[in-house]
Design a protein around this ligand. Structure first.
Ligand code: ADP
Length: 737
């Protein structure tokens, strides 16, 4: 059953463009595609299916490439219409539906209306699936209302009425029939009037109002006869025949049915003719469909590859951005580093300069300290020496408070200078501990004896308790050790009256050669308050010192603490006010029996020797000459004094001495130079440098000049004689200790 009358072409109006050749550009303009679409529609209406399909395929190709959903939908509509005309129902439905998919992507209600209407036709009148078909019609009706196209609204209503009546749902179809009856005059035309009358006839037949129905059928037949398209006339005959059958008028029913058959046959014949013209087309239909699908597939493939390339491009851009950011951060980093480096270089230069300045300042400070100490020591040597001489020669002055005060002040100054020098040296790390063999018990007892004067003046008693397991001879820096003990014991004596001072030495641990000896210096004196116990180790700290009573410089304990650090040791104390104080520390001394035996065998000093030695004193300072001479002669040695190195050299040409005491700091020729020349003459007489210089400062130069030992002024006479004795028993060796 053909329903070409209610099929909706879309762009009939494009006829006016005529047969415009299609531009061969890859994607022609939209206008050109529209022309092509209109041409395809024209071809179809002229039953030139082959041309129509070719043109619509080309239009589809362009529309897909141009991404024009509306034109794609229109091309599919024309293709589907061609299939419909060629009775390829399924293919027609397939392309109408494809068209609808694209149409729904657009806002174009005209194309949506057309496709829904055509699908309605297919389902209702080709597939006899009225429910599906009527749904399409109703959608078409919505769109035709939207576009306010009265003609379309009318045709769609008519199609719905027809579908409901064919289905037998006259009640549902009635409102739509009412609509077409109402609007036939305004919206209908000669192509719809036949069907409108026929539908009314059907309606009244169903209502059993045969007379009314007959009137409508007769009108339809009458109008249908004037129409060129006879298909509606044939339906009118058919439906009228049905009515006559119901009325029992079989004769007229037969006549009408015969008329229906004859028109249908004519139409079928003309259709046959049309089909005969497109036999070739029919054969190519499948191939054609395949090509149309390929167009879309190609597009899809293109789309997928486009998507892929978009992803690649996006990834590339992201990668580029990351690389650029990285480069930027590397650059930033580099310039930051460069800037920082430049700053660091400047800071380094400044630091270097500051370091050099600090070193220079420190050097100047130590130079200053050592020069000042040296300069102070020489006159102090004089003051202390002369005071002693005065007291020796004028026993009646022994009780003179002035003289005692002078002696006291001179000694104070001397110890201050020595302490400052010492602390300066420790702080500059200039002190390196020496390894000498010594007898611990002897050393401590020597200290005890030398401090007996202070002990007596405070009415104290010193007890020495030495652990018998301590080896007789130990190896270590006995001078620094003595210094520590002297400081501790003299403090204990100073701050104790009528009491006891105990010096305890106990072996606590042996590790290989190292013998760990714990020392306790204990007194029952004034004690130290808990809050002062930390402070006392700081420089120049003195607690409760009376102005009139000289007790020290306030440097003693800080020297002790620093010296103990050199021994890898620390000091601790326990004290209670009024009860006394105990200082404790442990020193590891080495014990090496083989080395010790060697030394014992070599050194046998006999200070009680009654031998008379001849001593040459070389010193430019008259006071020093006097003091040294007196000291030497007191021990019954013979003393000759010369003022300069030159005089010494001259004298040595003719005279021989047992020992030479050489001042270092002399004008014209100093002590080093003089000794060098003495040695050049082949004289091997031991030379002892008597100097106010610090020992460490001159040791190296002294040794290279040929000096055998150094004694720092002012010196204890006993130290001088001990050294003289040592040298005279071992003239073949240089023993600088
Ligand atoms: P100095 O003895 O020259 O004053 P030190 O550094 O040796 O300086 O001692 C600091 C202070 O510690 C002393 O002034 C004294 O008050 C206190 N002190 C040190 N040893 C003792 C002690 N055995 N008993 C009481 N007080 C002490």
């Amino acid at each position: 059953m053909s329903h070409s009358r209610i099929f909706l072409f879309l762009f009939i109006s494009f006829n006016m463009f005529g047969n415009v050749p299609i531009a061969k550009t890859p994607i022609p303009s939209r206008k050109a595609i529209l022309k092509l679409t209109a041409l395809a529609a024209d071809n179809l209406s002229e039953s030139k299916f082959e041309q129509s399909l070719a043109n619509s395929r080309l239009a589809l190709h362009y529309a897909i490439n141009g991404n024009d959903d509306c034109l794609i939908a229109e091309s599919y509509n024309t293709i589907a219409a061609n299939y419909e005309e060629l009775s390829e129902v399924d293919k027609a439905i397939y392309y109408y539906k494809k068209g609808l998919v694209y149409a729904n992507k657009t806002t174009n209600d005209t194309i949506k209306n057309a496709l829904n209407n055509n699908l309605g036709n297919m389902y209702c009148f080709e597939k006899n699936d009225f429910d599906v078909g009527i749904n399409y019609y109703k959608k078409a009706l919505e769109y035709s209302t939207n576009i306010a196209n009265a003609g379309r609204v009318y045709i769609t209503n008519m199609n719905i009425t027809w579908a409901y009546f064919y289905k037998g749902s006259f009640d549902k179809g009635e409102p739509y029939l009412d609509f077409i009856n109402k609007h036939q005059k305004t919206d209908g035309d000669e192509t719809t009037i036949v069907a409108a009358n026929m539908l009314n006839g059907m309606f009244f037949t169903n209502k059993l109002k045969f007379d009314k129905a007959e009137l409508f059928f007769k009108k339809a037949i009458e109008l249908g006869k004037q129409d060129i398209d006879k298909s509606d006339l044939s339906y009118a005959y058919e439906e009228y025949a049905k009515l006559l059958m119901k009325k029992g008028d079989y004769k007229r029913a037969y006549e009408n049915l015969a008329l229906y058959n004859s028109i249908t046959k004519t139409l079928r014949d003309s259709n046959k003719l049309k089909r005969a013209n497109i036999v070739g087309v029919n054969l190519e239909l499948d191939e054609y469909k395949r090509k149309v699908d390929t167009i879309e597939n190609e597009k899809n493939l293109q789309f997928v590859s486009l998507q892929k390339s978009i992803v690649i491009v996006v990834l590339f851009i992201i990668a580029m951005i990351v690389v650029l950011l990285l480069l930027y951060s590397v650059y930033k980093n580099y310039s930051f580093k460069k800037k920082k480096n430049a700053e660091l270089i400047i800071a380094n230069e400044e630091l270097l300069l500051a370091k050099e300045k600090a070193e220079e300042a420190s050097y100047l400070k130590s130079q200053f300290v050592s020069t000042i100490s040296h300069e102070l020591r020489t006159p102090l040597y004089g003051v202390v020496g002369i005071t002693n001489m005065l007291l020796d020669e004028h026993k009646e002055l022994a009780d003179s408070p002035h003289l005692n005060s002078l002696k006291f002040s001179a000694r104070y100054l001397l110890s201050l200078v020595n302490d400052v020098l010492q602390i300066n040296k420790i702080e500059e790390n200039r002190i390196i501990l020496e390894s000498l063999t010594f007898n611990l018990s002897d050393e401590i007892n020597l200290i005890k004896n030398s401090l007996s004067f202070i002990a007596k003046s405070h009415n104290n008693h010193i007890n020495v308790i030495i652990d018998p397991t301590i080896p007789e001879y130990l190896i270590g820096d006995k001078l620094r050790f003595s210094q520590i003990i002297i400081n501790m014991v003299s403090n204990a004596l100073k701050f104790t009256n009528n009491g006891e001072v105990n010096i305890n030495a106990e072996l606590v641990k042996i590790e290989n050669k190292a013998h760990f000896i714990e020392f306790n210096i204990q007194d029952n004196g004034v004690g130290i308050a808990a809050e002062d116990q930390e402070k006392i180790f700081d420089k120049f700290v003195q607690i409760g010192r009376k102005e009139i009573d000289y007790q020290g410089t306030g440097l003693g304990l800080s020297i002790v603490k620093r010296l103990l650090e050199l021994f890898d040791s620390t000091i601790s104390l326990k004290s209670k006010i009024g009860e006394g104080t105990t200082f404790t520390f442990t020193i590891a001394f080495d014990h090496d029996p083989i080395k010790t035996i060697e030394l014992i065998n070599k050194i046998q000093v006999d200070l009680t020797s009654s031998e008379i030695f001849t001593v040459l004193v070389v010193d430019d300072n008259k006071i020093n000459q006097l003091i040294t001479k007196k000291t030497i002669e007191k021990n019954n040695y013979k003393c000759t004094v010369v003022d300069s190195g030159m005089d010494a050299l001259e004298l040595l040409e003719t005279e021989k001495f047992d020992i030479i005491l050489m001042d270092i700091n002399m004008p014209l020729m100093n002590g080093f130079e003089t000794t060098k020349r003495i040695r050049q003459k082949g004289i091997i007489t031991p030379v002892i440098a008597l100097t106010a210089f610090d020992k460490e400062e001159i040791t190296e130069e002294a040794l290279s000049a040929g000096i055998n030992d150094i004694i720092i002024k002012p010196f204890e006479p006993i130290l001088l004689f001990k050294t003289i004795n040592q040298l005279l028993y071992k003239t073949d060796e240089t023993v600088i200790v």
